[in-house]
Design a protein around this ligand. Sequence first.
Ligand SMILES: *Cc1c(COP(=O)(O)O)cnc(C)c1O
Length: 392
Amino acid sequence: METKRIYVDHSATTPLRREVLDAMLPYLERDFGNASTVYAEGREAKKAINIAREQVAKAIGAEENEIFFTGSGTESDNWAIRGAALANRAKGNHIITSAVEHHAVLHTCMALEKEGFEVTYLPVDQYGMVSPESVKNAITDKTILVTIMTANNEIGTVMPIEEIGRITKEAGVLFHTDAVQAIGMMDIDVNKMNVDLISLTGHKFYGPKGSGALYVRKGTKISAFITGGGQERNRRAGTENVAAIAGLGKAIELATADVAAHTEKLAAIRDRFIERVLAEIPYTRLNGHPAQRMASNANISFEFIEGESLLLMLDMKGISASSGSACTSGSLDPSHVLLAIGLKHEVAHGSLRVTFGESNTMEDADKIVDELKMIVARLRDMSPLYEAVKNN
Ligand SMILES: *Cc1c(COP(=O)(O)O)cnc(C)c1O
């Protein structure tokens, strides 16, 4: 009999909740109409989009007309940054971001540099934290946009968004945050956070892949990213993916219904995992902030180990986890986030990201630690570097 697999890669993606699938099915079957049409199948589709818009707005303390649906978190990031940069070009050409952002943000900023924009990539401290002071000091009279993520997808560090928001508000600079990881992990309120633009994506909170949203504060100057028909009030053209939008709406409603209970459970599992790994496996370190971190995230470096080998051996034991970053898996470049917090290349290479979610239990955490102890010992036995240290 096959034993149950343990999935601990919720920062890469999450399974679809049953209730979310149920909310999507009518729009794949009976109510398949184009939401721009006047007959019943279209009207029902339109209604579903309106409900989802309400659900997203409510979840983040926004108004319905400030929510725009997109095709992914990546698209939301691209649109927010490029759209704000182009629409505010007359005011200035300077953008501030951090060294630990997701590639959807970093690569968009780098592309804009080739188009005449100037970008400051703020360094982070040893925990991956951006200091609000450094944001303040980087703002010039040419600055038009600050983009800093709410919580880091690799090491889990939660950024001081409210403080940064106060600074950008005072300076009259637009503030975008990639909150893709943060939904369901902490309270997100656009006014408390003082943000103008927020990116989110359905598949990170038990919704469908290919569903995203961008919050745009009323009055924010931002150009359209995809041009064409008049969908999304002329801001994002293309026939709406109604089922995905309905799913995103349902998913965010459920994910934000009881954040405290959800994160309390996850944090207990995560803490047990981290404590046991650090206590029972030598030459390990926790990456990311010890306290200001997402309840789901444990990122650990194992010296004298190749992260990829670790992942393969965990997979054989039925455990699905991630190395430093899902995006760099398969490439030899170590994670830009782990390098930014000061890890040496070889230590960064030996990193494991475990991100817990809904289905995980304390027993899962224990099982992973038990397997890790054996796997790490075996891999180190094959490492000449470890041999040298052991005999020293
Ligand atoms: C997953 C992720 C994205 C990209 O979202 P997609 O919907 O997969 O395109 C962007 N930013 C962060 C922080 C993420 O974790």
